[in-house]
Design a protein around this ligand. Structure first.
Ligand code: COA
Length: 259
């Protein structure tokens, strides 16, 4: 697959997507969204991929937001289409059956913070900065930020960040639960890879169902506990469930097949 605005690599089952517009601090242009859309579909479809990392090119920014240069003169309907397109791509990340980690290597602002929050986990470098500065532009987050920030850190602190546009440092993001880990910049990809490889050693269908159950908690009209019962039952029908139990009894490492 060839891309114009992102770089991709596949190593040891880990697919790394690098947003590659360092001179624009990796701002999310329409072109980036088009590439990201295809890359996310590749994660779903390619059986060799067990997990994905999203990061930014250069040492300054993960993603400094939606591309503000594309905002000029947007009508109400165009604005809604822009937000809807962004949400579709980010929802696909959130609902991926394979884990996504945002390796946040610098500014993670606006759409960048929203992209990181759509991933299942965030590993931040010590230089990472998070914020939702849209109100500075007369806007609000449109790619899920008002919802996911509240889900991750609670309503009071989220509304403070959304209304003040304050930028927070990595250690504060860790304290609030926005970042899972903070590591030196040179260890960022290694730490993200380590987590994904650990997950890849588990039963893939069970991992996909954990993600589904986590998302069910935030889905209107879904009884999460009942959903969990259903998913638990589905696990019992898998070959991997048989293999996991046998391996335990036989004191050996399970060889899961994703069936
Ligand atoms: N959209 C488009 N271009 C962006 C951008 C964005 N969200 N963020 C940064 N850039 C561009 C700048 O315009 C600049 O381009 P230029 O060199 O052609 O002028 C380049 O990236 C470098 O940014 P610059 O502002 O010079 O870097 P800085 O170190 O002085 O400041 C930030 C860094 C992140 C504080 C600042 O770029 C910023 O506030 N960006 C916008 C953040 C934002 O509001 N995001 C939400 C958008 S909805």
């Amino acid at each position: 697959m060839s891309y114009e605005n992102i770089l991709t690599s596949l190593d040891n089952g880990i697919f790394t997507i690098t947003i590659n517009r360092p001179d624009k601090l990796n701002a999310l242009s329409k072109g980036v969204f088009n590439d990201l859309d295809v890359a996310v579909k590749e994660v779903y479809a390619n059986k060799e991929i067990t997990g994905a990392i999203i990061t930014g090119s250069g040492d300054k920014a993960f993603v400094a937001g939606a591309d503000i240069s594309e905002f000029g003169g947007l009508t109400k309907e165009e604005g809604k289409r822009l937000a809807s397109r962004g949400q579709d791509v980010f929802n696909a990340i959130e609902h991926s059956p394979k884990p996504f980690i945002a390796a946040v290597n610098g500014f993670s602002l606006g759409g960048g913070c929203e992209l990181a929050m759509a991933c299942h986990m965030r590993v931040a470098s010590e230089s990472a900065r998070f914020g939702q500065p849209e109100v500075n532009l007369g806007l609000i987050p449109g790619y899920g930020g008002t919802q996911r920030l509240i889900q991750l850190i609670g309503k009071g602190k989220a509304l403070e960040l959304l209304m003040t546009a304050d930028m927070i440092k990595a250690d504060e993001a860790l304290r609030l639960g926005l970042a899972n880990h903070v590591v030196p910049a040179e260890e960022l990809l290694a730490k993200s890879t380590e987590i994904l490889l650990k997950i890849a050693s588990k039963a893939p269908l069970a991992i996909a169902k954990v993600i589904e159950c986590g998302n069910a908690f935030f889905t209107d009209g879904v009884n999460g506990l009942q959903f969990e019962i259903d998913k638990f039952g589905e696990c019992c029908e898998t070959e991997d469930f048989v293999e996991g139990g046998s391996a335990f009894v036989e004191k050996r490492k399970a060889a899961f097949k994703g069936r």
